[in-house]
Design a protein around this ligand. Structure first.
Ligand code: VGL
Ligand code: ZN
Length: 208
């Protein structure tokens, strides 16, 4: 049996209260993350944090593509929701929430201005792969606990790619919050992840 890792998706200021792309109750995932970080640390299991990390010129930003925030358009042949400017590299909004305990390794995504990158494994066009899969495979990790922001975008696509890459995936449901452009987007995302093979997990099921 292989080892397990915790993947904390985009728990960054811009997705939390007061942020540029604030997700409702986004901050509430932080204590859930911290509880799991402690547990994974105790067992010497790897904790990875991902960061949405865009240049200011990123074309997923409505202002850079003449789009309206929250509307669907097309970017280099791929469907694209136009977002407010968020998670600009090195700026306050791109930093992890201040209460989030330390992670062992950070994976950056979304640096290419021409393509968005929801998954922590691939860009949305599946042309470029991050180091995440290699890091995990090199360490003999085959099981992932995934949570964070946002349920209906980066968490969803990270989970779906992880399943496709052959990992056993536990979705930490109480550790996720969604954008919900349509009010049921997060519910649908969880259904999709579940139907694709993710195991729905609640951090309250853990003792201590
Ligand atoms: C995300 C929209 C744009 C996310 C990132 O982290 O879910 N959503 N960029
Ligand atoms: Zn983004």
């Amino acid at each position: 049996m292989g080892k397990k890792a915790l993947i904390l998706v985009d728990i960054q200021n811009d997705f939390c209260e007061g942020g540029a792309l604030a997700v409702k109750d986004g901050d509430l995932v932080v204590p859930v993350a911290n509880k799991l970080i402690s547990l994974f640390n105790q067992n010497s299991d790897l904790v990875i944090g991902t960061k949405d990390w865009h240049p200011a010129s990123h074309k997923s930003f409505a202002i850079n593509s003449n789009g309206n925030i929250g509307e669907l358009g097309e970017l280099n042949g791929l469907p694209q929701v136009w977002w407010p400017v968020h998670c600009v590299e090195n700026e306050y909004g791109s930093k992890f929430h201040k209460n989030l305990k330390g992670v062992d390794l950070t994976i950056f995504k979304g640096q290419d201005p021409e393509v968005d990158s929801y998954s922590a494994f691939f860009d949305n066009g599946k042309k470029h792969k991050t180091d995440l899969d290699k890091v995990l495979k090199d360490k003999g990790i085959d099981t992932l606990y995934i949570m964070g922001l946002a349920t209906d975008y980066c968490v969803k696509f990270t989970v779906l790619d992880a399943l496709e890459l052959g990992y056993k995936v536990y979705l930490v449901e109480d550790g996720c919050r969604g954008v919900n452009i349509s009010c049921d987007d997060s519910i649908k995302a969880i259904e999709t992840m579940k139907n694709s093979g993710a195991i729905i997990f609640n951090s309250n099921d853990l003792k201590a």
